[in-house]
Write a protein that binds this ligand. Structure first.
Ligand code: NDP
Length: 457
């Protein structure tokens, strides 16, 4: 016999949890099905533990410059202590997420779900059938593992948080978010760290000045960058893993990690039973209201292949519930998404890069480069970068790019005026807070350079 719900959510991550809570608060009989741990990638093996590990790794640099402020520090690091502390916090959050679901009346089911038709869901472990007026697929994504000999010897972001011991060295494949974040985490924890990337500079798609600044920062922290190279094979060599590269070189590493992107979790979900169409990239194709080609089935978050970012998934889940259960159709605007890379140095960005903006008409570019004040007593020479790109003659702000301490926090606040369509004059009207790094954004006098008719002047 099947049980009837207004909404069955498949996947207890950021998007699914928000949608389920909101739908239940609007009176929908809601169940959420999760086969692993409630909280999803972000809470269990993504953003949250990553940020905790970032904090752990940053002590190293603080100890480093502490002597310039008169401190003497004799520090050592214990990996199992960090892993255990992380696990305690993640378990607390998992419990809080579950409570937050149950409070408005969501039924939390730990099982594997398979869609059996436009309104049917089968629970694999319980061998139970559910009937749903609406189904929301919020199954997220998983790390891509290249199909090369020995790939099973490598780890991904799924395993990295719980390694039994800290490796003496690590090779990280990829040049995106996860690669640079974990490279700086491991380097900060004292691991000899290398990145192997197929391109010629990390963080493709970000503003070039910041990419080069980040690259210099990674190198300053001793991270080796191996460009225009991929891994061809891996073999076990004693306690190490020997990696053979596309240029024929072979070298041993204590651990190898793939961070070469993620793919949507759609396999074995039974989506074909409801004629749910996929995009060319294997994600669930949805309209602006997150509705799939099957009218009763919606999808939010990474499984839709839009922006693979937790706050975006949360917004999509919320707006789905508004649209379907609160008679308030509302579409997420994906056009202006702030983002931060919690590498060292940290990177924050919103809007157009210089290269993108230069193709959109006449623009002005304002750049400030300076040593963060925190380093001014030390011998560290690294520079922070703040960059503002506006329409010509101080018009609308088109892009803001920040590299250095606090970049993520700053870009979140810059997102407010930019979402309101702020101009350079609006930024200038704000009174500076001194001494801060962010004050540069409101004290730019003239542009550093401009583009007129597509040419840099
Ligand atoms: P990214 O898309 O950020 O980066 C993937 C990297 O792998 C790119 O450098 C890409 O190269 C490279 N790559 C892709 N395919 C291959 C291949 N076949 N061989 C070699 N290299 C390859 O993915 P991540 O895995 O780092 O992270 C996944 C997503 O998770 C991110 O895009 C982001 O949306 C999200 N995330 C967000 C974070 C945050 O907000 N701070 C933190 C971590 C993840 P190329 O550039 O040439 O395409």
């Amino acid at each position: 016999m099947s049980e009837a719900y207004d909404l069955v959510v498949i996947g207890g991550g950021s998007g699914g949890v928000r949608a389920a809570r909101m739908a239940a608060s609007y009176g929908a009989r809601t169940a959420i099905i999760e086969e692993f741990r409630v909280g999803g990638t972000c809470v269990i093996r993504g953003c949250v533990p990553k940020k905790l590990y970032v904090y752990a790794s940053r002590f190293n640099e603080l100890f480093d410059i502490a002597s310039s402020f008169g401190w003497q520090v004799d520090a050592s690091f214990d990996w199992p202590t960090l892993v255990a502390a992380k696990e305690k916090e993640i378990s607390r959050l998992e419990h809080a997420y579950t409570t937050n679901l149950e409070n408005p009346g969501v039924e939390v089911i730990k099982d594997r779900a398979v869609v059996t038709g436009p309104n049917g869901v089968h629970l694999v472990r319980a061998n139970r059938e559910l009937q749903a007026r609406h189904i929301l697929v919020a199954t997220g994504g998983q790390p891509i593992v290249p199909d090369i000999p020995g790939a099973e010897l490598a780890i991904t972001s799924n395993e990295v948080f719980d390694l039994p011991r800290l490796p003496h060295s690590i090779l990280i494949a990829g040049g995106g978010y996860i690669a640079v974040e974990f490279a700086t985490i491991f380097a900060g924890l004292g691991v000899n760290t290398s990145i192997v990337y197929r391109g010629d500079c990390v963080m493709r798609g970000f503003d070039d000045d910041l990419r080069r600044g980040l690259e210099a920062g990674l190198q300053e922290r001793g991270i080796r960058l191996i460009y225009q190279t991929t891994i061809k094979s891996l073999v076990q060599q004693g306690d190490d893993i020997a990696a053979t590269f596309s240029d024929g070189v072979t070298a041993p590493f204590g651990a190898v990690m793939f961070a070469v992107g993620r793919r949507p979790n759609v396999e074995g979900l039974g989506l074909e039973t409801a004629d749910v169409e996929l995009t060319a990239g294997g994600a669930i194709a949805v309209d602006e209201y997150s509705r799939s080609s099957c009218p009763s089935i919606y999808a939010v978050g990474d499984v839709t292949g839009r922006a693979a970012l937790t706050p975006v998934a949360i917004r999509e889940g919320w707006y789905f519930a508004e649209t379907v259960f609160n008679n308030n159709p509302i579409a997420v605007d994906h056009s202006l998404i702030p983002t931060a890379v919690f590498s060292e140095p940290e990177l924050g960005a919103i809007g157009l890069t210089e290269a993108e903006a230069a193709t959109h008409g006449d623009i002005d570019v304002y750049i400030a480069r300076f040593r963060p004040m925190m380093n001014s007593l030390s011998t560290r020479t690294e520079r922070m970068i703040l960059k503002l790109i506006t329409e010509a003659d101080g018009g609308k702000v088109l892009g803001c790019h920040i590299l250095g301490p606090g970049a993520g926090e700053m870009i979140q606040l810059v997102a407010i005026p930019m979402s309101m369509g702020a101009s350079k004059a609006d930024f200038d009207r704000a009174i500076a807070v001194h001494p801060t790094a962010a004050e540069e954004l409101v004290t730019f006098k003239g542009p550093t350079y401009v583009y007129r008719d597509g040419a840099k002047v």
